[in-house]
Ligand binder design. Structure first.
Ligand code: SF4
Length: 211
């Protein structure tokens, strides 16, 4: 019987603009992937691109060639921002989730976060990017944005808590910054927001961020 050796080599390409590609960029990325003979690719759940089963030595060279198509990694420690097509591209969209996602990536923080912070932004209440199970979840309704904090969709899942509703773009960016600052100051090292919120509680968070 023939045995198959599974090479568990993979690389995830970050910074691909929340999964949004211009077709010509997509073609160029594909040309580069073909040049390096990458055996398999995958669009990940986080709207990024995974290159699977490739030769470890080739990864740095390939990354170098892809650099022009990759946005610099966010410096605020946010692990990734996932955003749905929103009002720009979806018939149900009420607000521009892609624009807000870009602005969340740019939030400036003065020190590192304790652990991964994943962000899901949805352009309507259908919540296609699963904001209730992201560290930071945002969705739009007719009255404005709702902010959810402390969700997790992993092996120990938790629905995030609603921090505030009916927020403008500016208000929600300010509020996210405040929530992340409280998390930085009060959470235990390596604690994800879900575990932090279970311990700290939504009332205590709102007390600090909504005054
Ligand atoms: S959350 Fe709403 S706006 Fe976003 S993709 Fe889903 S249905 Fe469309």
């Amino acid at each position: 019987m023939e045995s198959t050796t599974i090479k568990k080599t993979f690389s995830v390409i970050p910074g691909l603009n929340m999964g949004l590609f211009a077709p010509k960029d997509f073609q160029n990325i594909l040309n580069i992937i073909n040049k390096y003979d990458v055996p398999r690719t995958k669009i990940t759940g986080a709207q990024r691109l995974a290159l699977l089963d490739m030769d470890q030595d080739e990864i740095p060279k390939l990354h170098k060639e892809l650099k022009g198509y990759i946005r610099p990694q966010v410096s605020n420690g946010v692990h990734y921002v996932q955003a749905c097509p929103g009002s720009k591209w979806c018939k149900y969209g009420i607000a521009d989730s892609l624009k807000l996602g870009e602005n969340i990536e740019q939030i400036a923080l003065n020190k590192p976060l304790q652990a991964k912070v994943k962000v899901g932004v949805a352009g309507c209440r259908m919540c296609c990017t699963e904001p209730y199970v992201r560290d930071i979840g945002v969705f739009a309704s007719k009255s404005g944005w709702t902010l959810v904090f402390g969700g997790n969709g992993g092996g120990n899942p938790r629905l995030g808590d609603i921090v505030a509703k009916s927020l403008t773009d500016e208000e929600i960016l300010t509020l996210i910054t405040k929530c992340l600052t409280v998390y930085q100051e009060k959470a235990r090292p390596t604690s994800r927001t879900a575990r932090f919120m279970t311990r700290f509680g939504i009332d205590a968070l709102q007390e600090l961020v909504l005054k």
